[in-house]
Write a protein that binds this ligand. Structure first.
Ligand code: ATP
Length: 222
C-alpha cells in the first residue's frame, strides 16, 4: 500500500463515505489539525461502509476523485485509497491497524469521529482495540461535547479516566487517548447536497468549486 511520504508524525485520519466531500468535512479537518497541532490529515473514503446500504452510494472512484480535487490546493491534506485496495467491508479497525503498521511506531494516529458516531461505538467491530492503534478525536457541539463524550467513554472504555490537565481521557500507558474537540456544527451534509443536485439547486456554496464542476461534468446525483 502506498501512502504519501510527507504525512509527518501526528496524522489525523478522517474516514467517511464522502458522497460527496463538502465544506463541513474540510472545516472539521482544519479545526482538528489546529486544535491538536497535527502534521497532516488523511481522508480515507470507505469502500463499503458497514453502516450504509451499498446500493445507495456512488462508485468509489468518483468519491475518491472528488476528495482529490478538494484537497489539491490544501497543504497537509491527503487522500488514501487503502480501503478500496483492501476490498470488502471497510472496518476502521483494519484501516487503523494497517496505517499504524505501515507508518511505524514514531507516527501517532488521531482518528477523527463525530459525537453521533462515537455514541454508537458499541456497534463497531473490535471497538476497544481501536485504541491500540490510534487516539480518538471526538467532535461535538460546544455546549455538551465533554459531557456526552464522558458518558460514552464511561460506558465503553473501562479504565479510561479524565486527565483534567491534559483535556483528554487516558487509559493504560501506550494506548490511545480520547480528546473531545468542541466545534459548532456546520449545517451541511452529503445527503442535502445530493438532494439539491436532484432538484436542480446550486451546491456551489456547499462544496469546493472543483467538486461542483466534477459533479456536473459526470452527471452525478441527478
Ligand atoms: P451523509 O449525509 O451521506 O450521511 P455526511 O455529510 O454525514 O454524509 P460522511 O461522509 O458520512 O458525510 O461523514 C464523514 C465524517 O464527517 C463523519 O465523521 C461525520 O460525522 C463528519 N461530518 C459530516 N458532515 C459534517 C458537518 N457538517 N460538520 C461536522 N462533521 C461532519
Amino acid at each position: 500500500m502506498e501512502l504519501p511520504r510527507n504525512l509527518g508524525r501526528r496524522v489525523g485520519i478522517l474516514g467517511g463515505t464522502f458522497d460527496p466531500v463538502h465544506h463541513g468535512h474540510l472545516a472539521v479537518a482544519e479545526a482538528v489539525r489546529q486544535a491538536l497541532a497535527l502534521s497532516s490529515i488523511l481522508f480515507v473514503p470507505a469502500f463499503l461502509p458497514p453502516h450504509k446500504p451499498t446500493y445507495a452510494i456512488s462508485p468509489f472512484a468518483h468519491r475518491a476523485a472528488m476528495l482529490d480535487l478538494a484537497v489539491a490546493d490544501r497543504s497537509g491534506f491527503f487522500v488514501s485509497r487503502l480501503e478500496a485496495e483492501r476490498g470488502g467491508v471497510s472496518y476502521s479497525i483494519d484501516t487503523l491497524r494497517t496505517l499504524q503498521q505501515t507508518l511505524g511506531k514514531e507516527a501517532q494516529l488521531f482518528f477523527i469521529i463525530g459525537m453521533d458516531a462515537f455514541a454508537e461505538i458499541h456497534t463497531w467491530k473490535a471497538n476497544r482495540h481501536l485504541l491500540d492503534y490510534a487516539s480518538f478525536v471526538v467532535i461535538g457541539r460546544p455546549d455538551h461535547c465533554r459531557q456526552s463524550c464522558g458518558q460514552t467513554v464511561a460506558a465503553n472504555f473501562p479504565g479510561y479516566t479524565l486527565a483534567e490537565n491534559q483535556g483528554c481521557w487516558q487509559g493504560e500507558p501506550g494506548r490511545g487517548v480520547i480528546y473531545p474537540v468542541a466545534m459548532a456544527p456546520m449545517k451541511v451534509s452529503s445527503t442535502e447536497i445530493r438532494e439539491a443536485v436532484r432538484q436542480g439547486s446550486s451546491i456551489r456554496a456547499l462544496v469546493p468549486g472543483a467538486v461542483a464542476d466534477y459533479i456536473e461534468a459526470q452527471g452525478l446525483y441527478r
